[in-house]
Design a protein around this ligand. Structure first.
Ligand code: C2E
Ligand code: MG
Ligand code: MG
Ligand code: MG
Length: 288
């Protein structure tokens, strides 16, 4: 009986594996036509200045509405797009969309003050490892006459680990064009802090996992506070990711973390909704 049960387990395991693989193969294939079929869209999530209550930045986040499966999470399809190489075409499209929206946003807001608002775009390591490198994005800005100052690029720690000269060159080219560099999901990766002085980074995005228990856990609070003060001394700004509760925003304000992104303020949303939202002022904790 034990042997039979063992066989059963194996069969169930096999089947689950097969289904998983089949889904991946299907998504990889469907993803090739998703852009042309207009199933992809870019949503924009506001980034708030907790001191002024204004939306000063935003992050572009890709969405896929599959005709049969509905919304597929980027956590699922981005790794597939990276594997198949589809990330290049899709990623370039996201960047162009973000650049267009960033120009519109700044035209709308420029009457009030002269501070430029940036939209940042995630860029996978694979997008750096091509012959064209950063040229695809920079050429687009050049052609359209769009200043880099309205855009940002979000990278993860893993990209910096190998210390590749071509990566360094591309990041430098982005920055020379006025594009800000954000280090995404900070604290979850390798946390070899030495690269922070080698590369010019403008923003550290503190991962949601630290922000989550910043109110209840002294350790997380200490980590975020240390990251914030280190960042300031290195000339970087800090963005807290995944702020969901007012109490978290209060702690962040108290420890000097000025910028925040999360469901408490707004979920990622389509262009039109984002434009309307960005014009409003948001209630934030008052400084004590
Ligand atoms: P990310 O760059 O770290 O983006 C932040 C993620 O946190 C987004 O997930 C966002 O919707 C989510 N988020 C924001 N606020 C909250 C909150 O308060 N609570 C919780 N629980 N989550 C929050 P999303 O949109 O599912 O994207 C997942 C990841 O997919 C992104 O993580 C990024 O790594 C990748 N991704 C998305 N769009 C692109 C893209 O255009 N290109 C590339 N290369 N990667 C992308
Ligand atoms: Mg990001
Ligand atoms: Mg992130
Ligand atoms: Mg992430």
């Amino acid at each position: 009986a034990a042997k039979a049960a063992g066989r059963n387990c194996l069969r169930i395991f096999d089947e689950a594996m097969r289904e998983k693989i089949q889904l991946r193969v299907r998504l990889a294939s469907d993803l090739r036509t998703a852009l042309k079929a207009e199933q992809l869209s870019v949503h924009y999530q506001p980034i708030i200045d907790l001191f002024s209550g204004q939306v000063i930045k935003a992050e572009a986040l890709l969405r896929w509405e599959h005709p049969e499966l509905g919304q597929v999470s980027p956590e699922v399809f981005i790794p597939i797009a990276e594997e198949t190489g589809a990330i290049h075409e899709i990623g370039n499209w996201v960047f162009r969309e973000a650049a267009r929206v960033a120009m519109q946003w700044n035209h709308q807001e420029l009457t009030e003050d002269s501070v430029l608002r940036r939209i940042s775009v995630n860029r996978s390591p694979r997008q750096f490892f091509t012959r064209e490198g950063c040229d695809d994005w920079l050429a687009h800005l050049h052609d359209q006459g769009i200043p880099g100052e309205v855009l940002g690029v979000e990278i993860t720690e893993g990209l910096l680990l190998d210390d590749r000269p071509d990566v360094m060159r591309q990041l430098t080219a982005f920055r020379s064009a006025g594009i800000a560099i954000s280090l995404d999901d900070f604290g979850t990766g390798y946390s070899a802090l030495s690269y922070l002085k080698k590369f010019d980074i403008d923003y550290l995005k503190i991962d949601r996992s630290f922000v989550q228990d910043i109110v209840s856990t002294e350790g997380s609070r200490a980590i975020v506070e240390s990251i914030a003060s280190m960042a300031v001394r290195l000339g970087m700004q800090v963005i807290a990711e995944g702020v969901e509760e007012p109490a978290q925003a209060e702690v962040l304000t108290a420890i000097g973390c000025r910028l925040a992104q999360g469901y408490l303020y707004a979920r990622p949303m389509p262009e039109q909704a984002f434009m309307a939202f960005a014009a409003a002022e948001i209630e934030t904790p008052t400084l004590r």
